[in-house]
Ligand binder design. Structure first.
Ligand SMILES: C[S@@+](CC[C@H](N)C(=O)[O-])C[C@H]1O[C@@H](n2cnc3c(N)ncnc32)[C@H](O)[C@@H]1O
Length: 232
């Protein structure tokens, strides 16, 4: 990525997403609710295995069909419970739920198969249970918050940044950074994130360097400006 991408006014153009260099590995989108379209806009050409996780992905009809590119075709879909036991979270009023996963297999026009998982589970646990060290090539946490339906999961901030004593807040950047492949791309809107992700200049956290690549248009939430960063 050349130097002009570091300029604070720099926006990616739609046609540039396909040229993004992404190392091999999976995509993870925790608390991804309605973010699927945006994820496929950015990574449909480069990622072969997407994992989305949100408590709202309830039931068997959840699908990526309205988010994947129009020229992809569905090969198969499968629903299964991810485990026998139930889990609880304050977020859903401590009502028990059984984690589940919809797995869809899609074929791209170039013949490549793409796996899309839609997990109903605790996103902070899926991060640790489903992703070994150095396995995530693209990570996206956007449009989330600490109130009014927000998860209070600070995937892009380290515990050193905690300024409140809210027992619900979890600061997960050390766990995320460990699981990213070197050269992985992260997408953040700078909310619930290390302050460096608001600066658009390179910074160091978790003993790695984070370099800004550019900003992206996201029509979903108008006052949030996602940007792409590379972990070096
Ligand atoms: C503010 S919404 C944002 C969702 C998404 N980014 C969007 O814009 O549609 C927060 C989401 O986090 C999900 N959530 C809250 N706690 C969660 C948890 N522990 N694990 C997985 N999802 C969670 C909720 O179901 C909700 O969809």
């Amino acid at each position: 990525m050349n130097k002009k991408n570091l300029h604070s006014n720099n926006f990616f153009k739609e046609h540039e997403y396909k040229d993004l260099k992404i190392p091999s590995g999976r995509f993870y989108g925790p608390c991804s609710g309605q973010d699927l379209n945006f994820a496929f806009r950015l990574f449909a050409e480069t990622i072969k295995h997407f994992v989305f996780c949100d408590l709202s992905y309830r039931g068997r009809s959840v699908s990526a069909k309205n988010a994947v590119p129009n020229d992809w075709s569905l090969i198969s879909r499968d629903f299964s419970f991810a485990q026998k036991s139930e889990k609880k979270t304050w977020y859903s009023g401590n009502r028990a739920f059984r984690p589940s996963v919809i797995t869809e297999l899609w074929k791209r026009p170039d013949g490549l198969d793409v796996i899309v998982e839609l997990r109903r589970d605790l996103a902070e646990e899926v991060l640790v249970e489903q992703f070994e060290i150095g396995s995530i090539a693209a990570f996206m946490h956007i449009n989330d918050g600490t109130s009014e339906g927000g998860s209070d999961l600070w995937f892009m901030a380290s515990p050193l940044q905690q300024q409140n004593d809210n027992y619900r807040s979890q600061f997960l950047l050390p766990k995320v950074a460990q699981r990213l492949v070197k050269g992985a791309v992260v997408v953040t809107d700078g909310v619930m994130a290390h302050s460096g992700f608001k600066s658009y200049t390179p910074f160091v956290s978790e003993n790695v360097k984070w370099k800004p690549l550019g900003k992206v248009e996201n029509n979903n939430v108008l006052d949030r400006q996602p940007s792409l960063w590379r972990m070096c």
